[in-house]
Design a protein around this ligand. Sequence first.
Ligand code: BEZ
Length: 235
Amino acid sequence: MEQQETIAMPRIGDDAPQFTAVTTQGTINFPSDYEGKWVILFSHPADFTPVCTSEFMTFAKMQDEFKELNTELVGLSVDGLYSHIAWLRTIKEKIEYKGMKDVEVTFPLIEDITMEVSKKYGMIQPGESNTKAVRAVFFVDPKGKIRTIIYYPLSLGRNFDELKRVVIALQTADALEVATPADWQPGDDLIVPPAGSCGTAKDRVDGKESGIKCYDWFFCTKPLAKDEVFKAIKK
Ligand code: BEZ
């Protein structure tokens, strides 16, 4: 029977594994070069492929929106640097897709022919492919901790509105010590921390705590306007 290599997968709450890598924007040391910023570190299966091309164009189009959220983008595939350069040139010079054209990808794209980085991050998932990274997305906070991980298979292009929503929701939770309910969007009610004592629980169900709405003692929300959310996370 073929032996499969066992690889530890990074988990939410772990320090992002460190690496130094060659990219299309020069060498980077991760995560130390990004201290004080959020980073979306993402992998894609291969250069010169259609789903990946649609994703890179979308990421490039949204790069300024992520920058406004103090968030940098770093891509990776197991292709080499010259393949990356050629692909990004092709995207800029030849591809027009959904109204996007002349798209320049200026965020770093890591070359990882040795698979050193992709293996460290659990991006090679042999059940899907031994030779290509899956579409992994790691959200790393300004202290270098992994805060969210999303994996997609090779055939499924990512939802970029969701990636942006995750960044905003994580930053909102940090800034305001709240949680965000299902399908939360900025401007929707936020979940306040649960009652920490029987007295608070009773006050909440009795409607004695102002400014919050309780569905039961353990499930209470408070409103916060969209512009207040953005004010809080930009502080
Ligand atoms: C794509 O990006 O189109 C793709 C890459 C690898 C496998 C399948 C699709």
